[in-house]
Design a protein around this ligand. Sequence first.
Ligand code: KIV
Length: 254
Amino acid sequence: MPTLQQIKSMKSKQKIVMLTAYDYPIAKLMDGIVDIALVGDSMGMVVLGYENTAKVTIEDIARATGAVGRACKNALVVGDLPLGTYENRKDALKNANLLLKSGANAVKIENKPEIAEFLVNKGIDVMGHIGLTPQTITNFKVQGKYEEDAKKIMDLARNCDKAGCFSIVLECIPLNLAKKITETISIPTIGIGAGVHCDGQVLVTHDILGLFESFKPKFVKRYAEIGNEMRKAIGQYAREVRDGKFPSDEFSFH
Ligand code: KIV
């Protein structure tokens, strides 16, 4: 498993690969390939069927973190603190510790550098997340297109760096802003919809595999259509059961 120090030292040298994972089998498949497995609150949408991430609970993330932690012998596991679980220092500490106890090596929070700094001072490793931050944003569009917004995002990035975050997710911002941030701050930037200049990339695994079909953001590249493959397999099983072809003798006891 890469240490936090190793992840930090990859900045500008070697791209960091991060994907989301919410369960044991998928985490096991990606372990040894990715650098970081993120137990993201995107789980609310791609696994639990909610419209957004707002209803994801700390217990949802803790249970998933346990499964991912059991699978990952090589990848660093980051647990996402869901909405409402780090509003103040006391909650942030309690909930971050729960995710660490469940199997995470670090936690991720959206915005809030002051909470990040508090957790870091308590010995907890924190990944920041700025730009389009799905827990609180209402305008699901590219952020930081205009000067004033770009400046706010740059300031947040600097503050997350100062707070002691070991890396920061930049979501859905113009690639030139991501480049400027990446060149300015000392910690690695991990982009999602933030262009090629970031120090690493993250996507939602269910998006790249074609397992989540409700919508596909522009920044998602589909590397496989596993959903179609699963539908085919399930269809064949259903036909064979209905036709009395399964289970054949091969799958029966005598
Ligand atoms: O919840 C999540 O999956 C995330 C990533 C998209 C960065 O926060």
